[in-house]
Design a protein. Structure first.
Length: 176
């Protein structure tokens, strides 16, 4: 079993993925952490020093390597499904879970720790929300290719248990 977690920056993909991997007794990989190990620098520094195009190439290469691991949960960068044929690689090699979080909630999270996210440096919460809407409009189509959606927001929250049950059902169907 291989599970890819996708979604907007600040949705909680890494947190969600870690909990899911523990619940299913699977290995956990965070793509950004893998990139940082490989490059010897934080993701934001790689982007600042070498540019986004270079970062996306490295991200694609890391995804290819991780797609050969079995029995794991992989938390992907927010933009990963948008570049190269990454979403197709995810779809053909595993189960894709879109963690879809309310953009207002994400904006609050990012505003509390904006230094971790280079896309939002120097922006206030209102400006962050506007930028999130722009990014979401571009990414929604690829995110929607996921096998299932975990809605994580203030008013409606799919429980992790429910998502895990759905992942297991999809996995069993694919084995047949």
């Amino acid at each position: 079993m291989r599970i890819y977690i996708i979604g907007m920056p600040g949705t909680g993909k890494t947190h969600f993925g870690r909990i899911m991997s523990k619940s299913l007794h699977l290995q956990f990989f965070d793509m950004d952490e893998q990139i940082e190990k490989r490059e010897g620098a934080l993701v934001r520094q790689v982007i600042l020093d070498k540019g986004e195009a270079y970062f996306r190439e490295v991200e694609h290469d890391v995804l290819l390597k991780l797609s050969y691991h079995n029995n794991c949960v992989i938390s992907c960068g927010g933009g990963a499904p948008m570049f190269y044929n990454n979403i197709d690689i995810m779809k053909t090699t595993g189960i894709v879970v879109w963690v879809n979080t309310d953009l207002h909630l994400i904006a609050k999270r990012i505003a509390q720790n904006v230094t971790r996210r280079p896309l939002f440096m120097g922006l206030n919460e209102e400006e962050i929300l506007k930028k999130l809407h722009e990014i979401f409009a571009l990414r929604k189509k690829n995110y929607a290719k996921a096998d299932l959606v975990a809605e994580i927001n203030v008013t409606h929250n799919n429980s992790l248990t429910s998502v895990i049950q759905k992942v297991i059902k999809i996995s069993q169907r694919r084995k047949k």
